[in-house]
Design a protein around this ligand. Structure first.
Ligand code: 13P
Ligand code: SF4
Length: 302
């Protein structure tokens, strides 16, 4: 172990902390984490963790979701500015305006949303549980926010429901073009295309498999194909290569990188545990309101 890894390991014991990392953070940070996974898996780990301190190597909505579920725990963000831009693309006024127009409506918010938006929503989802959760909703109208790409992908499973969207999207996934995927396919016609549902419809139409970051990683390991075109943030390459050293992974020409996820480093992770910085704080009133949509997600997703 090098110096910084030893320091992190010491601090973790001193603070009785657990480190959770998303697949999009730097490989070195993933390697030092106790748990690495997709948003849903990490939210379950955070909820069930016996440790009083959770260090979140990810973006703000993930750390806030952990705090909403477990207010008694200290949730630390190594870089408090790491935030998902899509989470800020809708607000509570947008929700109220749609609610005023539709009676038989459920507001489904992707976990990549602010705490306030969760507070005004009925249920939360992640990319790995959205189909299951929506299948258990009885209302005819679904307002799916903020991600219109994920929303329209999920809507395809429910032809009897009427989906409404606002204008949210992930700038990282939205930039992946069908042409970039086609170009790769012309060089590697035998490749299997794996895509995250935050990609645009025309990219998903080229995909052999659509799923969350964990889903993509499991599918690559399970498949007997050895060449893949991966349409998601390039951080997943780290786990893909670990699990499948003999397989080849190609990413669309302009490699999709989430700059916010990359703000987490070994240095700020260590500093965060050393100084107990930067703890998530949420107004108790808003937390109580947002809790309902997360509890409902965990209930319905099972
Ligand atoms: P996953 O839930 O698939 O890990 O996705 C999180 C995310 O931010 C995708 O951009
Ligand atoms: Fe947000 Fe996209 Fe980054 Fe995921 S990859 S955290 S959706 S900006």
């Amino acid at each position: 172990m090098n110096d910084i890894s030893l320091r992190i390991s010491d601090l973790k014991h001193q603070r009785d902390a657990v480190i959770l990392a998303h697949y999009y953070v730097d490989g070195a940070v993933q390697d030092i984490a106790d748990y690495v996974g997709d948003s849903y898996y990490l939210s379950r780990v955070a909820k069930e963790s016996p440790h009083p301190v959770i260090v979140y190597a990810g973006v703000r909505f993930m750390a806030e979701s952990a705090k909403i579920m477990s207010p008694e725990k200290t949730i630390l963000m190594p870089d408090p500015s790491a935030s998902c831009p899509m989470a800020h693309m809708v607000n509570e006024k947008d929700i109220l305006a749609v609610r005023a127009r539709h009676e038989d409506l459920t507001v489904v918010c992707y976990i990549n949303s602010t705490t306030l938006v969760k507070a005004y929503s009925d249920v939360c989802v992640t990319s790995s549980n959205a189909v299951k959760v929506v299948s258990k909703l009885s209302s005819r109208h679904i307002l799916f926010i903020p991600d219109r790409n994920l929303g329209s992908y999920i809507a395809g499973f429910f032809p009897d429901k009427s989906f409404l969207f606002l204008d949210g999207f992930c700038p990282i996934h939205n930039i992946i073009s069908a042409n970039a995927v086609r170009n790769l396919l012309s060089s590697y016609p035998e490749a299997k295309v794996l895509a995250h549902p935050e990609c645009r419809r025309e990219v998903l139409e080229l995909a052999d498999y659509v799923g969350s970051t964990s889903g993509i990683i499991y599918e690559a390991a399970r498949s007997d194909v050895s060449t893949f075109i991966v349409c998601t943030e390039e951080g997943v390459r780290h786990q893909l290569m670990k699990d499948n050293p003999s397989k080849t992974f190609h990413f669309p020409v302009s490699a999709p990188i989430c700059p916010d996820m990359k703000k987490i480093t070994l240095d700020n992770l260590a500093a965060s545990m050393e100084h107990m910085s930067h703890p998530i704080e949420i107004d108790e009133n808003i937390r109580q309101k947002a809790l309902g949509s997360l509890i409902k997600m965990h209930e319905l997703a099972g």
